[in-house]
Design a protein. Sequence first.
Length: 313
Amino acid sequence: MYRENVTIEIGGIRVKLENVFPGPLIEKYSGFISTNKTAHAVLRYYEVSPVVLKPDNSPVYKSRYFDRDADKDLIHGLSKRKRLKAPELYFFYCEKRLRSYIRENNFVILNRCVFVWDASRMRYALFSLQSDSRSLKANAFDIAVRFIYAKLFWLKKGLLLHSAGIIKDKRAFLFLGSCGSGKTTIARNSGKYPLLSDEMVGIKQEGEEFYAFSTPWGNEARAGRTNTFTAVVKKIFFLHKDKSLWFKNIPSSEAMATALAGNHHIVFFLQWAEKDEIAAIISSLSDLVKCIPVWEMHFTKNVDFWRHLPERG
């Protein structure tokens, strides 16, 4: 089947997707295709057969898990990692390409796929089973792309935020919240304004300003939209569903604590981040909340909140 290489760009950051099938794997990035082929990172996609080798090197095809006797040393090494459990580890390791990746680089299991990376070279690879469903592969691929962009935004003094982003009067308003907090509701009630995303917004500092960028990640509120936007961030709101509409201005220290609590507001894959990356995240977040006014926003579903947004701050 025909495969292609595609470069996508989000917030001026480009990632080259190599060896991917047209269709489900990349269709959600259709509005973010770049003609600039110079990439900051590369993600290569592989599909492999679930095969292990007997001691006599004859192949044995399996559908799910490692044979614990096939490579005891490798199994032992993988199982020692707290983030992985032996039953979740698949037979991909017998592929020569993946053997070298596993033994030299970081890796995790994503939806029955193996995701590996060499951070020093900004090279990433995703290995999936040929027999798995397209939707499962596409979901793992999307998580891998988000992971790469989270890392690249950190390097560029930026963040990926779990946020609805709306542009009004050429300025971006960010509405942060975890799943079910009302981000998509906010987006639906803001239909007359340009939408960055109803789920995830990219942020980068340029000079003394913070810019918000459209991303391909979101729910039905962005379905079918291929246009992308950029705007200077004006205000940030933490969402809370309530029985009435009201706002509370919060200091930067409280905003920091709220943003970091439970990893609900920042996309930073904490379990896979290095110490210097965590330091970069905290530094970028601190600069953001010191520069931009932050509010708690308590709201009900059907209230026109735009008429009541606080002017000061």
